[in-house]
Design a protein around this ligand. Structure first.
Ligand code: C5P
Length: 218
């Protein structure tokens, strides 16, 4: 059993409004993607393909696509054949912990096709129409807010990403594509601390947490 990671860092990060792609914005004294690389190394996952915006030079990096799923597909193709477990992680989640990678991968050993980090939903979630009129309140005890890392059996992820382009482009996470094929996807409990840096506010919070003395997560 050989594990490797695909670190997706090819997004433009328009909502952040920075002067460079989001994963390359400096937070806590390092480009954002380096925090995830350090967590992967601490989890002893040392085969990592980093997917970067086309035209960006990074040793060992591969060029991303127009959508996140296409970037994952490019990263997956660059992994050596002997890799049979793949963990996909967003470079935009620099607060990930090494332990979370390990817990996701161990669920594959227990029989899952995919194991995905997720935080329990603490707010009440309602569904409303275009007119803002509420049509439903969901049972929050069964709701999970999905994050990365997401660990997959490689063959399953390859099949999932081989679905028609329109299906792949529309996916907001990779596990969704596995679900569409009837795969067994399990959630691995994580914390809201593993948030995705999307807005300037998120970046300020990440800077406060990672810029602390003692190198961040201490
Ligand atoms: O856009 P969003 O914040 O959801 O992106 C999540 C992750 O996917 C980020 O780390 C981003 O760099 C990556 N991504 C990518 N290729 C794209 C779009 C997003 O690698 N085309």
């Amino acid at each position: 059993m050989t594990s490797a990671a695909v670190l997706v860092a090819a997004g433009s990060g328009e909502r952040l409004g920075a002067d460079r792609p989001k994963a390359f914005v400096v937070v806590g004294g390092r480009p954002m993607w380096e925090w995830s690389l350090a967590a992967l190394a601490a989890a002893e996952i040392d085969r990592v393909v980093t997917v970067v915006p086309p035209g960006t030079e990074l040793p060992g990096g591969v060029a991303g696509g127009d959508t996140r799923s296409e970037s994952v597909r490019n990263g997956l193709q660059a992994l050596p054949r002997e890799v049979d477990r793949v963990v996909v992680h967003d470079a935009a989640r620099p607060l990930v912990t090494p332990d979370l990678f390990a817990r996701c991968l161990s669920e594959l050993e227990a029989g899952a096709d995919a194991a995905i980090a997720a935080a329990r939903v603490t707010d009440t979630v309602k569904e409303a129409g275009e007119d803002r009129v509420v049509v439903r309140t969901h049972d929050r005890s069964r709701l999970w807010s999905i994050q990365t890392p997401q660990a997959f059996r490689r063959a399953v992820l390859e099949r999932a990403l081989a679905q028609p382009d329109a299906v792949v482009r529309a996916a907001t996470d990779d596990a969704m594509l596995v679900e569409a094929l009837g795969g067994r996807v399990v959630v691995v409990e994580s914390s809201p601390a593993n948030f995705k840096v999307t807005t300037p506010h998120d970046l300020e919070v990440a800077e406060l947490l990672l810029g602390r003395p003692a190198g961040g997560r201490g």
